[in-house]
Design a protein around this ligand. Structure first.
Ligand code: SAM
Ligand code: SF4
Length: 325
């Protein structure tokens, strides 16, 4: 079992398999990054797998593949199969923008993938285009339909932004409720890479919008999930991911690994340690020592909770497209 320096059990590893993306979401990657990590700096799937085996052996039970856009990485299905074959009961999930999902969903499912989180910020083509800076909606909706057809579990993520898609919260609920999909509204997390003028909706404001059309009842957090759940009209459950709230980090159970091999204890802070040189030579003892150190030094809480965050100096330089959000 993996325990961090604050006594929290860590059983969840998020692996960003690429920082590249086919979208340019304004809250994540507004302009073409001028310096992609050179391809030769990326760890191969075999090298990432060296660490994943160590992490599973030491107590990780849930793995989420993310990015950038993970479906851009070639042979992702083979990587999924490697992990699945090593530990078939691992809770293996993927976060995607779904643009390439129509063509890949069946292969991912056959490889052992169980669940998907799909980003869907708007049901209006022009708004989706404005946010992603590309005409994406039709293809994303096709991807969602295909994932459901092949039997993958699907949850929807939406980031509500003031003056952009804040009038679509009820429509997204409607879309998801009809398809029996859980939606989680994610508070926009301020970061150095987003379009500066963006303003996210705080959890309280999101709930006020929902209440305009429905009754809601708070259910609470589900274990270590970052999502605080609500019952809508006594029949449909949705979630709110609210990193600005004070109890958000209390049960944090996750660490993150980038495609270059940086192991990150907290999304908010810059601190990270590299496992690259160890996994390249198959040194599982070295990789395990880095894991232990990252756990010991995992911060107690993020500082989005601080309302002064906009002027904060300590928010990470790293982009969410690098860490996988
Ligand atoms: N490309 C995939 C996607 O968009 O689903 C996976 C990577 S993306 C970085 C993972 C998640 O992070 C997405 O649900 C996205 O909406 C969320 N995200 C990115 N930037 C964010 C921000 N500034 N605030 C809140 N959520 C963010
Ligand atoms: Fe790409 Fe996902 Fe970031 Fe959008 S949120 S730019 S889809 S990595």
């Amino acid at each position: 079992m993996l325990i961090d320096g604050h006594g929290r059990t860590v059983d969840y590893l998020r692996v960003s398999v690429t920082e590249r993306c086919n979208f340019r979401c304004q809250y994540c990657m507004p302009e073409k990054p001028f310096s992609w990590v050179p391809k030769e700096n990326l760890l191969s799937f075999e090298e990432l797998f060296v660490f994943i085996k160590v992490a599973i052996d030491e107590g990780i039970t849930k793995i989420r593949l993310t990015g950038g856009e993970p479906l851009l990485r070639e042979d992702l299905d083979k990587f999924i199969e490697m992990i699945h074959n090593y530990k078939p009961d691992i809770d293996l999930a993927l976060t995607t923008n779904a643009y390439l999902l129509e063509a890949t969903a069946k292969r991912l499912k056959d490889a052992g993938l169980k669940r998907l989180n799909i980003s869907l910020d708007s049901l209006k083509p022009e708004v989706a285009h404005h946010i992603a800076q590309k005409d994406v909606l039709k293809q994303v909706l096709r991807g969602i339909d295909k994932a459901l057809k092949v039997g993958l579990g699907v949850k929807i993520n939406m980031v509500p932004l003031k003056g952009i898609n804040d009038d679509e919260i009820l429509d997204i609920i409607d879309y998801c409720r009809k398809r029996n999909l859980k939606v989680r509204f994610i508070e926009y997390m301020e970061n150095r890479h987003a379009v500066e003028s963006l303003r996210g909706m705080h959890g309280k404001e999101i709930l006020e919008k929902v209440k305009e059309g429905h009754t809601i009842r708070a259910l609470g957090r589900e274990g270590a999930s970052p999502s605080f759940n609500y019952m809508l009209d006594e029949e449909y459950e949705f979630g709110l991911i609210d990193p600005h709230k004070h109890d958000f980090c209390e049960n944090c159970n996750r660490i993150r690994l980038t495609a270059e091999g940086n192991l990150i204890p907290c999304l908010y802070f810059d601190e990270a340690l590299s496992i690259a040189k160890f996994v390249k030579k198959g040194d599982i003892v070295g990789a395990s020592e880095v894991l232990g150190k990252v756990l010991r030094d995992k911060p107690k809480e993020n500082r989005w909770m601080d309302d002064s965050v906009d002027s904060s100096e300590d928010i990470s330089q790293r982009a969410f497209y690098e860490t996988g959000g």
